[in-house]
Ligand binder design. Structure first.
Ligand code: ZN
Length: 147
């Protein structure tokens, strides 16, 4: 079991691998977010990926704003897609989902009714995978030419 020294020293280490990347919005009542995307699309780490966040076996990403009322900005969605690509390279089998899809959890609309979850899920099954493969191919080719 991997343990991490943290700022507080009280965070729990994650058990098991990362199965999901779960999306949240600023209106989420739970804490335990690994990454926060602010209103301008800035990305900030709040927990180590090795620490347990709001849900077991998940990386939690919160996008600032209450998306029951408004939709996220393009800057936020761009930053989110960049972050999801990085996470997908580290956790190739992790699926991207909404907090509200967690079974047995408390009833929530998180990440908000106006968050484009369907479009993002569609993107994660198509463009995200081809972008991930393109990055892996470039990595491979850059190693190959150095031999
Ligand atoms: Zn949430």
């Amino acid at each position: 079991m991997e343990t991490t020294t943290t700022r507080s020293g009280t965070a729990k280490a994650r058990r098991g691998g990362v199965k999901f990347v779960l999306l949240h919005h600023g209106g989420c009542l739970g804490g335990g977010f690994h990454y926060r995307i602010d209103a301008d699309g800035g990305v900030r780490a709040e927990l180590e990926e090795s620490e347990r966040g709001q849900h077991a076996r998940s990386i939690a990403v919160v996008v600032d704003g209450d998306f029951d009322d408004v939709a996220p900005s393009e800057a936020q969605l761009d930053a989110l897609r960049d972050l999801l690509l990085k996470l997908k390279l580290r956790y190739p089998t992790a699926e991207i989902g909404a907090h509200r899809q967690v079974r047995g959890g408390t009833q929530t609309t998180c990440p908000g009714k106006r968050f484009p979850m369907r479009a993002l899920a569609e993107w994660s099954r198509n463009e995200l995978l081809s972008e991930r493969d393109a990055v892996l191919r470039r990595d491979f080719e850059s190693q190959y030419t150095q031999i």
